[in-house]
Design a binder for this molecule. Structure first.
Ligand code: G1P
Length: 296
């Protein structure tokens, strides 16, 4: 079976929830502590063995490209100053992966963004990582999904149990158990259902390991929720198609940080900074005393 070496990262969203910060900069470049969100996602792909990364970009892609490219003047200055620690930080994103870019053109939805990867991906299975979800490096999810993909030759999505009151923000899955405790077979998928129509409270989080068959299905997928071509709708077709190997979910029980809206983004930064060796010791006691000063 074809092994997996490519990751696709859709990065063409307008980031309107973060205006004006995203007026001239893609939301993927917003810093989470001291690294742009997108760098965590590329690091995650690389940690799972995927060093060929395709970013599907939109407007303002320059900042993204620059971030993963050399910046000779800065390197030279830091080297001349002997600041090797900072030089290392600068070079980390440059040396991380082999990064390619394609433009989405019309922003017609996640399914459309994934379809733009067709030429680059070819006939191999591949991973899709969405930048709004950060997965803690200590709780590897993607490598577990890749392992299941290779074993079952199926499409794999990451699922997370969410509060039923938030299921309308996600793709929701109808599932049945398998012989593995953390894997379910998906029998149906609905994009962003109302709470009362959700098949379960298992939500798709932004990690997928897809088979190239998904491209043919996406070509045929009509605009769905929000008038956009939804990846969830294409996966629903594959879930009903035994011949494609079906769709399975790996249920994630590790640490995930949502950076998709302002409040979750702030929480993610506080959580990650509290755990950092260089920042945590000063931040944690400050946070405790600060909390004491807050009125409900
Ligand atoms: C997308 C998908 C949705 C999925 C979510 C995960 O929605 O369409 O099925 O649950 O990502 O983050 P978005 O959050 O881009 O609206």
């Amino acid at each position: 079976m074809a092994s997996i070496s490519k990751a696709v990262i859709p990065a063409a969203g307008l980031g309107t929830r973060f205006l004006p910060a995203t007026k001239a900069m893609p939301k993927e470049m917003l810093p989470v502590v001291d690294k742009p969100a997108i760098q965590y996602v590329v690091e995650e792909a690389v940690a799972a063995g995927l060093t060929d990364v395709l970013m599907v970009t939109g407007r303002n892609k320059t900042a993204l490209e620059n971030h993963f490219d050399r910046v000779a003047e800065l390197e030279y200055t830091l080297e001349a100053k002997g600041d090797l620690a900072k030089l290392k930080r600068v070079n980390e994103s440059t040396d991380l992966a082999d990064i390619h870019y394609v433009r989405q053109g019309d922003p017609k939805g996640l399914g459309h963004a994934v379809l733009r990867a067709r030429m680059h991906v070819g006939h191999e299975p591949f991973a899709v990582l969405l930048g709004d979800d950060l997965i803690d490096a200590r709780d590897p999810l993607l490598s577990r999904m890749i392992e299941e993909q290779q074993k079952r030759n199926a499409t794999i999505v990451a699922l997370l149990e969410v509060d039923p009151d938030s299921i309308h923000l996600y793709g929701a899955a109808a599932v049945e158990a398998t012989d593995e405790e953390d894997v379910v077979r998906i029998t149906g998928l609905v994009e962003k259902p109302a709470k009362e129509h959700a098949p379960s409270n298992l939500a798709i989080i932004g990690r997928y390991v897809l088979k190239p068959e998904v491209f043919d299905v996406l070509e045929q997928t009509e605009p769905g929720k929000g008038g956009e071509i939804q990846l969830t709708d294409a996966l629903q077709v594959l879930a009903a198609d035994e011949a494609s190997g079906g769709v399975y979910g790996v249920v994630f029980r590790g640490r995930r940080y949502d950076t998709g809206d302002k409040i979750d983004y702030i929480k993610a930064i506080v959580q990650l900074a509290c755990e950092r060796e260089d920042l945590g010791p000063e931040l944690r006691p400050w946070l405790r005393s600060f909390v004491g000063t807050i009125d409900e």
